[in-house]
Design a protein around this ligand. Structure first.
Ligand code: SF4
Length: 254
């Protein structure tokens, strides 16, 4: 069942349509997670209209491995903000090679917008919300125009706004699939071990949630996994995952 009508409507209609579609999918598939959910979304509900957004961070290999088992050519959107760790870029290259992924696309900020608003490259310090908008939110929005749904790697154990994450939800324009929403940290570890997946090289140095270099610190022992992102600020999300005003039902997965 393919729905390509979402992007022919007004912004309000789009939000309503994506929320309605997500609610229906949650009713039907809210009991699924992981690869089972991915297979239905990729093969049945959104064939040719769904992409994975991956940071190639500390936990990303789990979803990337599942994708490689279902469809190696699935579009994978990698947001290269220009502020990432070199280790992340090398880890990306190694994973793409070892998993045989052929659909990875590097999504970058608009150079003109960067020159205009972040000419000296330190906007992250003076206005991190604008920096995230230019380097992450706007490029991802543009890259998602060709899709009706996207897949994220967020999990409830990350805490904060993610504590009530449903497996299927909607943003203003798209359905969002969170196949690992109910997975616990130990299940991630078990999956890595079971499939012999390589770890992000910064993980052994204490970086457990890895984003841009200026805004990522080591996680203190026992602290929430996302506590070291924008650790000196109130900010907890870059903006690509901020929720709609209405909350959505959580579904009945774990
Ligand atoms: Fe800028 Fe930091 Fe956001 Fe990266 S995480 S886009 S450096 S504010």
């Amino acid at each position: 069942m393919t729905t390509n009508v979402l992007h022919k409507e007004s912004p309000t209609d789009l939000q309503t349509a994506s929320a309605r579609r997500a609610a229906g999918l949650l009713d039907s598939y809210g009991h699924l997670s992981g690869r089972d959910l991915l297979e239905v979304m990729i093969g049945i509900e959104f064939p040719g209209r769904i992409a994975l957004a991956s940071s190639f961070g500390a936990e990303s290999a789990v979803l990337l491995h599942m994708i490689s088992q279902i469809d190696r050519s699935l579009p994978v959107l990698f947001l290269n903000t220009g502020k990432l760790f070199g280790e992340t870029l090398r880890y990306r290259d190694a994973l793409v090679e070892s998993l045989g992924l052929t659909g990875v696309t590097e999504v970058k900020p608009d150079p003109a917008r960067l020159r205009e608003s972040d000419g000296n490259g330190v906007l992250w310090r003076t206005n991190p919300d604008l920096c995230c908008h230019i380097r992450k939110v706007a490029p991802l929005e543009a890259a998602l125009r060709n899709f009706d749904a996207w897949i994220t790697g967020r999990k409830r154990f990350h805490g904060g706004l993610r504590g009530n994450l449903p497996v299927i939800e909607a943003d203003a324009t798209h359905v969002k699939i969170n196949p690992l929403a109910g997975w616990r940290k130990q299940e991630i570890e078990t999956y890595f071990e079971a499939h012999g997946l390589p770890r992000h090289p910064l993980e052994e140095d204490g970086f457990l949630s890895i984003g841009c270099m200026p805004c990522t610190d080591r996680v203190a022992p026992g602290a929430d996994i996302r506590s070291a992102r924008w650790s000196q600020r109130e900010k907890t999300e870059c903006g690509i995952h901020l929720p709609l005003p209405e909350t959505h039902p959580q579904g009945n997965d774990r």
